[in-house]
Design a binder for this molecule. Sequence first.
Ligand code: NDP
Length: 245
Amino acid sequence: MSLNKQKVVLITGASAGIGKATVNLLLNEGFIVYGAARRVEHMKDIESKGARIISMDVTDELSMKNGVDQIIKEQGRIDVLFNNAGYGSYGAVEDVPLEEARRQFEVNLFGLSRLTQLVLPYMRKQKSGKIINTSSAGGKVYTLLGAWYHAAKHALEGYSDCLRVEVKPFGIDVIIIEPGATESEWSGVVLEHVQKTSGNTAYGKLATAFVETLKQMEKSSTLYSPDRIAQLVSKAIHTKKPKTR
Ligand code: NDP
């Protein structure tokens, strides 16, 4: 079921989890797909299936600019930007260094925002485009020890809602996806953060309980598969009517 073979999609966070699953699905649907992440060596599998690979760190201006320039040079357009790169910074507020809190925002909000700024002039010229931002169920609710993750995802929700209104007159739509707990590398990164920041502090008991809960959740079959989330992204791309909230 191909929407249009000429449609060009840029996906960040394509080296793992939700991003990689979305690359695979959209390749199957006939899109021209650019997958971006830092670990290009983790994208050889999708490259062999036809994805174009871009080395990109969403905290590095030059790598983002080079990536967008490359796509415009090769394809002349970007129809869909899937802003998906992110990680979960977890730990007690008292323990998390502000430097780490700032990094959480750099990756989960400002990186996405800068990439969006770089892509928007082309979408405006095209008079069309879809920007899909990966928030989280945690962009609406909160969990223990996740203050900075939730702060960043809640901020992303407000940012995306404002952006949607700004760019609508240019024929561009902004869509938020809010996955629940999904099988990927995400929880491994979260566990590392919790143990490092709060494992041996006054919040150690909370940290241990949190880690146990996360491990139990991983063992149970309650996690979404990344393929399921990729289907939501595909649905958002195929939906013609701009989403209003
Ligand atoms: P993974 O950890 O499996 O994938 C994260 C991706 O983000 C990787 O491809 C990683 O690539 C990329 N990334 C991280 N930091 C950077 C950076 N500085 N620059 C460029 N790329 C970066 O997790 P998921 O697939 O689960 O996560 C994708 C998104 O989904 C995230 O925004 C996450 O917050 C969100 N989410 C996840 C949920 C879950 O339970 N898994 C639930 C709700 C939302 P590399 O390291 O190679 O650069």
